[in-house]
Design a protein around this ligand. Sequence first.
Ligand code: FES
Ligand SMILES: [Fe+2]
Length: 425
Amino acid sequence: MISAEQNEFLTRTGPRTPMGDLFRRYWIPALLASELPEPDCAPVRVSLLSEKLIAFRDTSGRVGLMNELCPHRGVSLWFGRNEENGLRCPYHGWKYDVNGNCVEVPSEREDFCKRVQVKSYPVEERAGVIWTYMGPPELRPELPSFEWMELPASHVYLSKRWQESNYLQALEGGIDSSHVSFLHSGDLGRDPLHKGTAGSKYALSTKTEFDVMDSAGGLLIGARRPAEEGQYYWRLSQWMMPWYTLIPPYKGNALNGHAWVPMDDENCMAWTMTFHPTRPLTDEERALMDAGHGVHPILVPDGSFRPVANRDNDYLMDREAQKAKVVYSGIKGIAIQDSSLQESMGPIADRTNEHLVSTDKAIVMARAKLRKSALEVQEGGTAPGLDAAGQRVRSASFILPVDEPFRDTALEAQQVRIGEPFVAV
Ligand code: FES
Ligand SMILES: [Fe+2]
Protein backbone atom coordinates (compact mmCIF):
# COMPACT_ATOMS: atom_id res chain seq x y z
CA MET A 1 0.00 0.00 0.00
CA ILE A 2 1.23 3.47 -0.79
CA SER A 3 -0.21 6.91 -0.05
CA ALA A 4 -2.43 8.78 -2.47
CA GLU A 5 0.40 11.29 -2.93
CA GLN A 6 2.88 8.54 -3.79
CA ASN A 7 0.41 7.00 -6.23
CA GLU A 8 -0.07 10.36 -7.95
CA PHE A 9 3.68 10.81 -8.12
CA LEU A 10 4.25 7.44 -9.81
CA THR A 11 1.35 7.51 -12.24
CA ARG A 12 1.40 11.06 -13.68
CA THR A 13 3.73 11.33 -16.64
CA GLY A 14 2.66 14.48 -18.47
CA PRO A 15 4.91 17.50 -19.07
CA ARG A 16 6.41 19.01 -15.91
CA THR A 17 5.62 16.04 -13.67
CA PRO A 18 8.54 14.31 -11.92
CA MET A 19 7.82 10.93 -13.55
CA GLY A 20 7.25 12.66 -16.88
CA ASP A 21 10.63 14.37 -16.55
CA LEU A 22 12.27 11.03 -15.72
CA PHE A 23 10.70 9.25 -18.69
CA ARG A 24 11.75 12.10 -20.98
CA ARG A 25 15.38 11.12 -20.35
CA TYR A 26 14.94 7.87 -22.32
CA TRP A 27 14.38 7.06 -25.97
CA ILE A 28 10.74 6.02 -26.35
CA PRO A 29 9.29 3.47 -28.79
CA ALA A 30 6.81 5.78 -30.51
CA LEU A 31 5.38 3.69 -33.33
CA LEU A 32 6.10 0.67 -35.51
CA ALA A 33 8.07 1.61 -38.62
CA SER A 34 5.41 -0.29 -40.58
CA GLU A 35 2.80 2.27 -39.53
CA LEU A 36 4.50 4.65 -41.96
CA PRO A 37 5.12 2.12 -44.74
CA GLU A 38 6.21 4.43 -47.58
CA PRO A 39 7.05 8.03 -48.51
CA ASP A 40 4.06 10.40 -48.46
CA CYS A 41 1.81 7.81 -46.77
CA ALA A 42 -0.99 8.85 -44.43
CA PRO A 43 0.08 10.59 -41.21
CA VAL A 44 -0.51 8.75 -37.91
CA ARG A 45 -1.66 10.02 -34.52
CA VAL A 46 0.71 9.22 -31.65
CA SER A 47 0.07 9.81 -27.94
CA LEU A 48 3.08 9.79 -25.63
CA LEU A 49 3.37 10.99 -22.04
CA SER A 50 0.12 12.98 -22.34
CA GLU A 51 1.32 14.79 -25.48
CA LYS A 52 -0.71 14.47 -28.65
CA LEU A 53 1.58 14.14 -31.66
CA ILE A 54 1.44 13.42 -35.35
CA ALA A 55 3.95 11.26 -37.23
CA PHE A 56 4.51 11.31 -40.99
CA ARG A 57 7.02 10.08 -43.56
CA ASP A 58 7.91 12.66 -46.15
CA THR A 59 8.67 12.30 -49.87
CA SER A 60 12.35 11.62 -49.09
CA GLY A 61 11.48 8.88 -46.58
CA ARG A 62 12.35 10.95 -43.51
CA VAL A 63 10.07 10.65 -40.46
CA GLY A 64 8.74 13.64 -38.54
CA LEU A 65 7.06 13.57 -35.12
CA MET A 66 5.47 16.82 -34.03
CA ASN A 67 2.68 18.42 -32.09
CA GLU A 68 -0.66 17.36 -33.55
CA LEU A 69 -2.17 20.84 -33.81
CA CYS A 70 -1.45 23.39 -36.51
CA PRO A 71 0.02 26.58 -35.01
CA HIS A 72 -2.29 28.76 -37.12
CA ARG A 73 -5.63 28.03 -35.46
CA GLY A 74 -5.21 24.61 -33.96
CA VAL A 75 -6.53 22.17 -36.52
CA SER A 76 -5.34 18.56 -36.19
CA LEU A 77 -2.60 17.85 -38.69
CA TRP A 78 -3.89 14.29 -38.90
CA PHE A 79 -6.11 15.76 -41.64
CA GLY A 80 -2.99 17.06 -43.34
CA ARG A 81 -1.95 16.49 -46.93
CA ASN A 82 1.41 14.72 -47.05
CA GLU A 83 3.00 16.26 -50.15
CA GLU A 84 6.44 17.24 -51.49
CA ASN A 85 8.50 16.87 -48.33
CA GLY A 86 6.02 18.37 -45.94
CA LEU A 87 2.68 18.06 -44.24
CA ARG A 88 0.18 20.69 -45.34
CA CYS A 89 -2.70 21.72 -43.07
CA PRO A 90 -5.86 21.42 -45.16
CA TYR A 91 -7.57 24.40 -43.48
CA HIS A 92 -5.49 27.30 -44.88
CA GLY A 93 -2.57 25.47 -46.47
CA TRP A 94 0.27 26.13 -44.03
CA LYS A 95 2.97 23.52 -44.59
CA TYR A 96 5.57 21.97 -42.23
CA ASP A 97 8.68 19.85 -42.75
CA VAL A 98 9.77 16.82 -40.65
CA ASN A 99 11.58 19.07 -38.20
CA GLY A 100 8.47 21.13 -37.53
CA ASN A 101 9.68 24.12 -39.54
CA CYS A 102 6.93 26.01 -41.30
CA VAL A 103 7.96 26.10 -44.95
CA GLU A 104 4.98 27.79 -46.57
CA VAL A 105 2.13 30.12 -45.59
CA PRO A 106 0.40 30.79 -48.92
CA SER A 107 -1.44 33.95 -47.83
CA GLU A 108 1.61 35.77 -46.40
CA ARG A 109 4.95 37.18 -47.51
CA GLU A 110 7.61 34.51 -47.98
CA ASP A 111 9.56 35.28 -44.79
CA PHE A 112 6.49 35.08 -42.51
CA CYS A 113 6.69 31.34 -42.14
CA LYS A 114 10.25 31.52 -40.79
CA ARG A 115 8.73 32.72 -37.52
CA VAL A 116 6.40 29.72 -37.22
CA GLN A 117 7.41 26.39 -35.78
CA VAL A 118 5.57 23.26 -34.67
CA LYS A 119 7.13 21.62 -31.64
CA SER A 120 8.82 18.48 -32.93
CA TYR A 121 10.95 15.70 -31.48
CA PRO A 122 13.99 13.89 -32.89
CA VAL A 123 13.34 10.40 -34.22
CA GLU A 124 15.48 7.39 -35.10
CA GLU A 125 14.35 4.33 -36.99
CA ARG A 126 15.89 1.14 -35.64
CA ALA A 127 14.85 -2.51 -35.38
CA GLY A 128 11.41 -1.95 -36.88
CA VAL A 129 10.57 0.82 -34.44
CA ILE A 130 10.45 4.60 -34.76
CA TRP A 131 12.01 5.90 -31.55
CA THR A 132 11.77 9.40 -30.19
CA TYR A 133 13.45 11.41 -27.50
CA MET A 134 11.33 14.05 -25.76
CA GLY A 135 13.79 15.35 -23.17
CA PRO A 136 16.37 18.15 -22.95
CA PRO A 137 18.42 18.01 -26.18
CA GLU A 138 21.74 18.26 -24.35
CA LEU A 139 20.94 15.12 -22.32
CA ARG A 140 19.96 12.92 -25.25
CA PRO A 141 21.47 9.45 -24.72
CA GLU A 142 22.50 6.80 -27.22
CA LEU A 143 19.68 4.68 -28.61
CA PRO A 144 19.11 1.67 -26.36
CA SER A 145 20.80 -1.61 -27.26
CA PHE A 146 18.40 -4.30 -26.15
CA GLU A 147 19.17 -7.73 -27.57
CA TRP A 148 16.15 -7.79 -29.89
CA MET A 149 17.40 -4.56 -31.48
CA GLU A 150 20.68 -6.20 -32.45
CA LEU A 151 19.18 -9.23 -34.25
CA PRO A 152 18.28 -9.60 -37.94
CA ALA A 153 14.64 -8.79 -38.74
CA SER A 154 14.08 -12.50 -39.52
CA HIS A 155 14.65 -13.32 -35.82
CA VAL A 156 12.18 -10.77 -34.42
CA TYR A 157 8.40 -10.28 -34.29
CA LEU A 158 6.89 -7.09 -32.89
CA SER A 159 3.34 -6.16 -31.97
CA LYS A 160 1.68 -3.50 -29.89
CA ARG A 161 -1.73 -3.08 -28.32
CA TRP A 162 -3.50 -0.17 -26.74
CA GLN A 163 -4.29 -0.81 -23.07
CA GLU A 164 -6.92 1.35 -21.41
CA SER A 165 -5.10 1.84 -18.13
CA ASN A 166 -2.24 3.75 -16.62
CA TYR A 167 1.19 2.38 -17.54
CA LEU A 168 2.12 1.45 -13.97
CA GLN A 169 -0.44 -1.29 -13.38
CA ALA A 170 0.56 -2.73 -16.77
CA LEU A 171 4.27 -2.60 -15.92
CA GLU A 172 3.55 -4.14 -12.52
CA GLY A 173 1.83 -7.02 -14.32
CA GLY A 174 5.02 -7.54 -16.33
CA ILE A 175 7.11 -7.56 -13.16
CA ASP A 176 4.71 -9.84 -11.26
CA SER A 177 5.82 -13.37 -12.12
CA SER A 178 3.49 -15.01 -9.59
CA HIS A 179 0.25 -14.49 -11.53
CA VAL A 180 1.42 -16.86 -14.27
CA SER A 181 0.47 -19.93 -12.19
CA PHE A 182 -3.09 -18.67 -11.93
CA LEU A 183 -4.15 -16.34 -14.71
CA HIS A 184 -2.14 -17.96 -17.51
CA SER A 185 -2.19 -21.52 -16.16
CA GLY A 186 -4.50 -22.86 -18.86
CA ASP A 187 -2.23 -21.51 -21.58
CA LEU A 188 0.96 -23.06 -20.22
CA GLY A 189 -0.38 -26.46 -21.23
CA ARG A 190 -2.31 -25.40 -24.32
CA ASP A 191 -0.80 -22.40 -26.07
CA PRO A 192 1.30 -23.71 -28.99
CA LEU A 193 4.13 -21.33 -28.09
CA HIS A 194 4.25 -22.45 -24.44
CA LYS A 195 3.16 -26.06 -24.08
CA GLY A 196 5.18 -29.19 -23.70
CA THR A 197 8.31 -28.02 -21.85
CA ALA A 198 9.47 -28.96 -18.38
CA GLY A 199 9.22 -25.32 -17.43
CA SER A 200 5.60 -25.00 -18.45
CA LYS A 201 4.84 -27.87 -16.07
CA TYR A 202 6.76 -26.52 -13.06
CA ALA A 203 5.48 -22.97 -13.64
CA LEU A 204 2.03 -24.24 -12.69
CA SER A 205 3.09 -24.56 -9.07
CA THR A 206 1.55 -21.80 -6.98
CA LYS A 207 4.23 -22.07 -4.29
CA THR A 208 6.30 -19.17 -5.59
CA GLU A 209 9.09 -17.51 -3.62
CA PHE A 210 11.11 -14.55 -4.79
CA ASP A 211 14.73 -13.47 -4.80
CA VAL A 212 14.96 -9.93 -6.20
CA MET A 213 18.19 -8.04 -6.89
CA ASP A 214 18.82 -4.46 -7.80
CA SER A 215 20.56 -4.34 -11.20
CA ALA A 216 22.27 -1.72 -13.35
CA GLY A 217 19.16 -1.25 -15.45
CA GLY A 218 16.37 -2.02 -12.99
CA LEU A 219 15.72 -5.31 -11.23
CA LEU A 220 16.73 -8.92 -11.69
CA ILE A 221 13.78 -10.98 -10.46
CA GLY A 222 14.05 -14.63 -9.50
CA ALA A 223 10.89 -16.66 -8.90
CA ARG A 224 11.38 -20.11 -7.43
CA ARG A 225 8.98 -23.05 -7.59
CA PRO A 226 9.45 -26.68 -6.56
CA ALA A 227 10.68 -28.97 -9.37
CA GLU A 228 11.62 -32.65 -8.92
CA GLU A 229 12.70 -33.87 -5.49
CA GLY A 230 15.58 -31.75 -4.16
CA GLN A 231 15.35 -29.16 -6.95
CA TYR A 232 13.93 -25.73 -7.59
CA TYR A 233 12.69 -24.42 -10.92
CA TRP A 234 13.84 -20.80 -11.23
CA ARG A 235 12.35 -18.21 -13.56
CA LEU A 236 14.50 -15.15 -14.07
CA SER A 237 12.73 -12.05 -15.36
CA GLN A 238 14.07 -8.57 -15.86
CA TRP A 239 12.79 -5.08 -15.44
CA MET A 240 14.86 -2.52 -17.30
CA MET A 241 14.32 1.19 -16.81
CA PRO A 242 12.04 2.71 -17.41
CA TRP A 243 9.30 0.32 -18.63
CA TYR A 244 10.81 -2.78 -20.24
CA THR A 245 10.25 -6.30 -18.93
CA LEU A 246 11.55 -9.68 -20.12
CA ILE A 247 9.57 -12.88 -19.66
CA PRO A 248 11.47 -16.06 -18.75
CA PRO A 249 11.67 -18.43 -21.73
CA TYR A 250 10.39 -21.95 -22.22
CA LYS A 251 12.95 -24.20 -23.89
CA GLY A 252 12.65 -24.40 -27.67
CA ASN A 253 10.54 -21.26 -27.87
CA ALA A 254 11.63 -17.71 -28.51
CA LEU A 255 12.27 -15.05 -25.88
CA ASN A 256 9.57 -12.47 -25.12
CA GLY A 257 9.66 -8.98 -23.74
CA HIS A 258 7.38 -6.01 -23.31
CA ALA A 259 7.50 -2.24 -23.16
CA TRP A 260 4.70 -0.50 -21.24
CA VAL A 261 4.70 3.01 -22.63
CA PRO A 262 2.41 5.73 -21.24
CA MET A 263 0.17 7.35 -23.87
CA ASP A 264 -1.48 9.52 -21.25
CA ASP A 265 -2.25 8.93 -17.59
CA GLU A 266 -5.17 6.60 -18.36
CA ASN A 267 -3.84 4.74 -21.42
CA CYS A 268 -0.65 2.96 -22.35
CA MET A 269 0.76 1.09 -25.32
CA ALA A 270 1.78 -2.48 -24.51
CA TRP A 271 4.54 -3.46 -26.92
CA THR A 272 5.55 -7.11 -27.29
CA MET A 273 8.85 -8.26 -28.75
CA THR A 274 9.36 -11.93 -29.57
CA PHE A 275 12.88 -12.84 -30.66
CA HIS A 276 15.21 -15.77 -31.00
CA PRO A 277 18.95 -15.11 -30.75
CA THR A 278 20.07 -18.15 -32.78
CA ARG A 279 17.48 -18.69 -35.52
CA PRO A 280 14.85 -16.98 -37.65
CA LEU A 281 11.30 -17.26 -36.37
CA THR A 282 9.44 -19.81 -38.47
CA ASP A 283 6.48 -19.06 -40.71
CA GLU A 284 4.40 -21.20 -38.38
CA GLU A 285 5.45 -19.17 -35.33
CA ARG A 286 4.66 -15.93 -37.13
CA ALA A 287 1.25 -17.22 -38.21
CA LEU A 288 0.50 -18.28 -34.63
CA MET A 289 1.46 -14.86 -33.28
CA ASP A 290 -0.62 -13.15 -36.00
CA ALA A 291 -3.52 -15.27 -34.73
CA GLY A 292 -3.15 -14.08 -31.12
CA HIS A 293 -1.07 -16.94 -29.69
CA GLY A 294 1.94 -16.56 -27.44
CA VAL A 295 1.76 -13.15 -25.81
CA HIS A 296 0.40 -11.25 -28.82
CA PRO A 297 -3.10 -9.77 -29.28
CA ILE A 298 -5.65 -9.86 -32.09
CA LEU A 299 -6.44 -6.26 -33.00
CA VAL A 300 -9.38 -4.40 -34.44
CA PRO A 301 -8.13 -3.62 -37.98
CA ASP A 302 -8.66 0.14 -37.78
CA GLY A 303 -5.19 1.33 -36.84
CA SER A 304 -6.21 2.04 -33.24
CA PHE A 305 -4.29 -1.00 -31.91
CA ARG A 306 -7.30 -1.79 -29.72
CA PRO A 307 -7.69 -5.54 -29.16
CA VAL A 308 -10.79 -7.25 -30.57
CA ALA A 309 -11.52 -8.47 -27.02
CA ASN A 310 -11.89 -5.27 -25.03
CA ARG A 311 -13.88 -3.69 -22.21
CA ASP A 312 -16.89 -3.00 -24.46
CA ASN A 313 -17.50 -6.72 -24.99
CA ASP A 314 -16.30 -7.91 -21.56
CA TYR A 315 -13.18 -9.26 -23.29
CA LEU A 316 -15.34 -12.07 -24.78
CA MET A 317 -15.60 -13.75 -21.39
CA ASP A 318 -16.37 -17.48 -21.70
CA ARG A 319 -17.89 -18.68 -18.40
CA GLU A 320 -18.08 -22.29 -19.60
CA ALA A 321 -14.35 -22.36 -20.32
CA GLN A 322 -13.76 -20.72 -16.95
CA LYS A 323 -15.85 -23.33 -15.15
CA ALA A 324 -14.11 -26.18 -16.94
CA LYS A 325 -10.73 -24.56 -16.14
CA VAL A 326 -9.82 -24.80 -19.82
CA VAL A 327 -9.15 -21.10 -19.52
CA TYR A 328 -8.54 -20.15 -15.89
CA SER A 329 -10.10 -16.66 -16.00
CA GLY A 330 -12.48 -17.38 -18.88
CA ILE A 331 -10.66 -14.86 -21.09
CA LYS A 332 -8.78 -16.23 -24.09
CA GLY A 333 -5.22 -15.24 -24.93
CA ILE A 334 -2.39 -14.34 -22.57
CA ALA A 335 -2.29 -10.69 -23.67
CA ILE A 336 -6.01 -10.20 -23.11
CA GLN A 337 -5.92 -12.09 -19.81
CA ASP A 338 -3.51 -9.39 -18.66
CA SER A 339 -5.31 -6.40 -20.17
CA SER A 340 -8.75 -7.49 -18.90
CA LEU A 341 -7.64 -7.67 -15.29
CA GLN A 342 -5.36 -4.65 -15.40
CA GLU A 343 -8.04 -2.47 -17.00
CA SER A 344 -10.51 -3.71 -14.37
CA MET A 345 -8.38 -1.99 -11.72
CA GLY A 346 -9.66 1.33 -13.12
CA PRO A 347 -7.89 3.87 -15.31
CA ILE A 348 -5.40 4.56 -12.52
CA ALA A 349 -5.26 1.78 -9.91
CA ASP A 350 -5.93 2.97 -6.36
CA ARG A 351 -2.92 1.70 -4.45
CA THR A 352 -4.02 3.12 -1.09
CA ASN A 353 -6.14 0.05 -0.35
CA GLU A 354 -3.86 -2.77 -1.47
CA HIS A 355 -2.73 -5.67 0.69
CA LEU A 356 0.69 -6.53 -0.65
CA VAL A 357 2.30 -9.90 0.16
CA SER A 358 5.68 -11.57 -0.27
CA THR A 359 5.09 -12.27 -3.98
CA ASP A 360 4.74 -8.52 -4.57
CA LYS A 361 8.30 -7.84 -3.45
CA ALA A 362 9.60 -6.92 -6.91
CA ILE A 363 6.69 -4.51 -7.42
CA VAL A 364 7.51 -2.74 -4.15
CA MET A 365 11.16 -2.46 -5.18
CA ALA A 366 10.28 -1.20 -8.67
CA ARG A 367 8.03 1.53 -7.29
CA ALA A 368 10.77 2.60 -4.90
CA LYS A 369 13.33 2.70 -7.71
CA LEU A 370 11.04 4.69 -10.00
CA ARG A 371 10.33 7.22 -7.25
CA LYS A 372 13.97 7.53 -6.24
CA SER A 373 15.07 7.95 -9.87
CA ALA A 374 12.47 10.66 -10.50
CA LEU A 375 13.51 12.54 -7.35
CA GLU A 376 17.16 12.33 -8.36
CA VAL A 377 16.40 13.73 -11.80
CA GLN A 378 14.45 16.58 -10.16
CA GLU A 379 17.60 17.38 -8.19
CA GLY A 380 19.81 17.45 -11.28
CA GLY A 381 20.95 13.84 -11.20
CA THR A 382 21.09 11.40 -14.10
CA ALA A 383 18.50 8.74 -14.89
CA PRO A 384 19.61 5.14 -14.31
CA GLY A 385 19.76 2.38 -16.92
CA LEU A 386 20.75 4.56 -19.86
CA ASP A 387 23.87 2.62 -20.77
CA ALA A 388 24.28 -0.73 -22.46
CA ALA A 389 25.22 -2.51 -19.21
CA GLY A 390 21.68 -2.09 -17.98
CA GLN A 391 20.08 -3.06 -21.29
CA ARG A 392 22.06 -6.06 -22.50
CA VAL A 393 20.50 -8.63 -20.22
CA ARG A 394 18.41 -11.74 -20.81
CA SER A 395 15.66 -13.56 -19.05
CA ALA A 396 16.24 -17.26 -18.34
CA SER A 397 14.80 -20.36 -16.69
CA PHE A 398 16.78 -23.14 -15.04
CA ILE A 399 16.70 -25.88 -12.45
CA LEU A 400 19.04 -25.85 -9.47
CA PRO A 401 19.55 -28.14 -6.48
CA VAL A 402 17.73 -26.62 -3.50
CA ASP A 403 20.96 -25.77 -1.71
CA GLU A 404 22.56 -23.98 -4.67
CA PRO A 405 22.34 -20.18 -4.62
CA PHE A 406 20.28 -18.54 -7.35
CA ARG A 407 22.34 -15.41 -7.73
CA ASP A 408 25.55 -16.79 -9.26
CA THR A 409 23.68 -18.77 -11.89
CA ALA A 410 21.38 -15.82 -12.56
CA LEU A 411 24.21 -13.36 -13.13
CA GLU A 412 25.81 -15.75 -15.60
CA ALA A 413 22.54 -16.67 -17.37
CA GLN A 414 21.50 -13.04 -17.88
CA GLN A 415 24.55 -12.21 -20.03
CA VAL A 416 23.66 -11.32 -23.60
CA ARG A 417 25.88 -13.08 -26.11
CA ILE A 418 24.56 -12.08 -29.50
CA GLY A 419 23.91 -15.10 -31.68
CA GLU A 420 24.42 -17.58 -28.85
CA PRO A 421 21.79 -19.73 -27.12
CA PHE A 422 19.98 -18.60 -24.00
CA VAL A 423 19.41 -20.57 -20.82
CA ALA A 424 16.00 -22.25 -20.66
CA VAL A 425 14.25 -25.41 -19.53
S1 FES B 1 -5.44 26.00 -39.01
FE1 FES B 1 -3.87 25.13 -40.15
S2 FES B 1 -3.54 26.47 -41.76
FE2 FES B 1 -5.13 27.40 -40.63
FE1 LIG C 1 0.53 -11.87 -17.54
